[in-house]
Design a protein around this ligand. Structure first.
Ligand SMILES: [Zn+2]
Length: 483
């Protein structure tokens, strides 16, 4: 596999994001200059590393000032007040945190490694550049993904994979159009569910991903098959079902899509129209069927929003993480390429991707007028999810919809705050909540004893301004500084 090599610093993008620049321009020089890592070998991490003089930003407890963090064998073994003596730290390597801010490594809960194959081999590096140390790949060929994960050289993020989008008789991502690569596969009947899930697990899948054209009985059979194998379930709301029916069977639901239908005062009418159109569809492309239903029903459903009905729907989703992908839902309205730091971030992409995206940006710029209804609805729903206690997870759908790997997660955090979350809640959505999806919240996602030492050192406090997650000074994966 080809990996991006550290390039000539003179050719580096000049942007606001320091992570990749630090890396290529010599992070090590800086680490040595400020007194960290003195005398340690670069070949292996020290047995014990003590990060001193640092402010810990805990997604649960908030800001813990003036701490020291002891790391041993890739795991955090102690977090103590600066005035305390940390047990067994006498011989530890020391790293001066210079009163900066340490957060747990971030997650992106919704990525696609094999969507743009020109980008595939660059994605892991980009995630680390931007402090994303864990990702959930929510759809792609299982053999490609398992091979990619197996052969990817360290350092790399923790990668969880689902394999293909499990769709119905018609498959939305069937590969017939270059704009929709073959991310999906059909599960035509409930009788196919068990063998499908068993084969995915045998091939390396950690969870399953169910898609929009699945039939309700097959959805239930897939959910059963996954639960028997202790595999979590990520899903879109199947178009034959409502969010409140499908949601409780899944661990996460993606994009907030189709919640608008369930929240409409006339949801029964919209649903039966939808079911009829799907049942009557005997020939054609899955994509055409789905796109037609979305474009005909989405805006009328939002216009018929009924808060009481929506509360009932959301109250059924209190155990189902919603991954809003606000970045994607708002892309035609809040254009990522209009941000100051976009050119620098985009310049790290391979040229072929840059060229393809330039054409897409030109297309987006020409759409007139942009209907902001769904973008506004998505942002509005964040506050409703919070009010009803529905868990929210941070995910981007990168690289779909101009999502630069890593960079886009920071945009998502900002949009979650714009939607009504506090910065601490947004950090929680990108650390603790994703870990709960895989039942690893006692191992990953916080800064405390027993937690994996996946850490990001920030220049400024992200609790005062979520944009401070962009000011990355160093990234650690499994106890090793990698940026
Ligand atoms: Zn996706």
């Amino acid at each position: 596999m080809q990996r991006r090599q550290p390039s000539n610093p003179a050719s580096l993008p000049r942007g606001r994001f320091p992570a990749s620049r630090w890396w290529r321009a010599g992070l090590l020089v800086w680490l040595l200059a400020i007194g960290g890592l003195s005398g340690c070998s670069r070949d292996a991490p020290p047995t014990q590393l003590l990060i001193e003089n640092v402010n810990v930003v805990d997604p649960v407890k908030g800001l813990l000032e003036k701490r020291q963090v002891l790391i041993e064998g890739g795991v955090i073994t102690a977090v103590a007040d600066a005035s305390q003596t940390v047990a067994s730290s006498a011989n530890a390597e020391r790293f001066d945190g210079q009163e900066r801010f340490l957060i747990p490594g971030l997650w992106d809960m919704h990525v696609h490694f094999v969507y743009d194959m020109n980008l595939t081999d660059h994605m892991a590096d980009l995630f680390l550049d931007y402090g994303i140390t864990s990702v959930r790949d929510t759809g792609g060929n299982i053999d490609q993904l398992a091979e990619l994960r197996r052969t990817m050289p360290a350092p790399k993020p923790n990668i969880y994979i689902s394999g293909p989008l499990l769709d119905g008789k018609f498959v939305v991502y069937d590969g017939t159009d270059p704009a929709r690569p073959a991310l999906g596969t059909g599960v035509p009947s409930p009788g196919d569910a068990d063998a499908t899930v068993g084969a995915l697990q045998a091939a390396g899948a950690d969870f399953i991903k169910i898609y929009e054209l699945i039939q309700p009985d097959t959805y239930a059979a897939l959910a059963d098959a996954a639960k028997r194998r202790a595999m979590p379930i990520a899903s879109h709301v199947p178009l034959m079902m409502t969010a409140d029916d499908a949601g409780p069977m899944a661990g996460s639901m993606e994009h907030l899509r189709n919640i608008e239908l369930a929240c409409a005062s006339n949801w029964q009418e919209l649903l039966s129209q939808r079911q009829q159109r799907i049942n009557d569809f005997t020939e054609g492309l899955g994509h055409t069927l789905r796109a037609g239903l979305h474009s005909d029903q989405r805006l009328p459903a939002i216009a018929a929003y009924d808060e009481e009905r929506c509360n009932h729907v959301l109250d059924r989703l209190t155990d189902t993480i919603q991954v809003p992908t606000l970045r994607l839902n708002t892309v035609t309205h809040i254009k990522p390429f209009e941000h100051d730091d976009w050119p620098a971030a985009a310049s790290a992409l391979p040229k072929v991707t840059q060229d393809a995206w330039r054409a897409r940006i030109a297309g987006l710029t020409q759409i007139q007028p942009v209907d902001p209804t769904f973008a506004r609805w998505s942002l509005f729903l964040i506050e409703r999810l919070l009010a009803r206690g529905v868990p929210i997870g941070a995910g981007t759908d990168t690289p779909i919809g101009l999502g630069i790997p890593g960079y886009s997660l920071h945009t998502e955090l900002e949009l979650l705050v714009q939607g009504g979350m506090t910065p601490q809640q947004a950090l929680y959505a990108a650390t603790v909540t994703p870990a709960t999806f895989f039942n690893v919240e006692n191992e990953i996602g916080q800064i405390g004893p027993g937690m994996r030492a996946d850490l990001v050192l920030l220049q400024n406090n992200p609790l005062t301004n979520i944009q401070h997650t962009r000011g990355i000074e160093a990234v650690m994966v499994g106890g090793e500084w990698v940026r």
